[in-house]
Design a protein around this ligand. Structure first.
Ligand SMILES: N[C@@H](CCC(=O)N[C@@H](CS)C(=O)NCC(=O)O)C(=O)O
Length: 217
């Protein structure tokens, strides 16, 4: 039984939950109270993750952090979703790195600021993030046009990684995919049909929160 530390607003945690479910690997969850500062707590950092981030995955005595590392570890362990050739493995890593730097990262920061931050976001900061987000989404939309999945002909951990935040409701981010990024929208809907997919709020721990500052982008 795996133990997945995270919380329901965390698309980074959802990446791992989605893969575990697709693999049919049973797991329990440990709630990380991110909204009340748990990941900044010195004790939590010392005992759980020195990087101060969710997700964390325990596999027996082995503790893993960084969703990209966890996805790679699980894909290798089960021999599934890791790519069919060394070239595909390299492509998967390339997209996971792009995801961690840009695609997930700018979206997660933008959504946090407009939905869950304690104070109203600075318009100039939001405008900067939105420019970066538009660029990353545009790149992924172009890559996915005419393709079913990011790498190869079937889902891989690249898809699990980049899709971490695309299933959250529009009212949380105000950042519309439908109508602007048709290839991402089609890919998102395709991934919902992968056995094991579920709504993040149905499988991750914690309380669903009403978005606070969102206006629409
Ligand atoms: N690259 C990391 C990002 C993880 C991450 O940023 N997690 C968020 C929650 S979704 C977090 O714990 N952030 C704490 C912080 O940035 O202080 C991963 O993919 O695991």
């Amino acid at each position: 039984m795996y133990r997945l530390h995270g919380f329901c607003q965390s698309g980074n945690t959802f990446k791992v939950a989605f893969l575990l479910r697709a693999l049919g690997a049973p797991f329990e969850t440990a709630f990380v109270d991110f909204m009340n500062g748990k990941t900044r707590d010195a004790g939590w950092r010392a005992g759980t993750n020195e990087m101060g981030e969710a997700p964390v995955l325990d596999d027996g005595g082995l503790r893993l952090t960084q969703s990209g590392v966890i996805l790679t570890y699980l894909a290798k362990k089960y021999g599934k979703f890791g790519g069919a050739t060394p070239e595909e493995e390299r492509e998967i890593l390339r997209w996971i790195l792009f995801d961690n730097h840009k695609f997930t990262s700018y979206f997660a920061t933008y959504r946090f600021m407009v939905a869950f931050a304690p104070a109203a976001p600075e318009p100039a900061v939001l405008a900067f993030l939105k420019t970066r987000l538009d660029s990353a989404y545009g790149i992924v939309d172009k890559h996915l046009a005419g393709r079913e999945y990011l790498v190869g002909k079937s889902p891989t951990i690249a898809d699990f990684s980049l899709s971490g935040y695309v299933f959250f409701p529009l009212e949380e981010s105000g950042y519309a995919i439908d109508g602007r990024y048709p290839a991402i929208a089609a890919w998102r809907d395709r991934l919902k049909k992968v056995p094991g997919w579920a709504d993040p709020y149905a499988v991750l721990p914690g309380e669903r929160l009403a978005p606070k500052w969102v206006k629409g982008a």
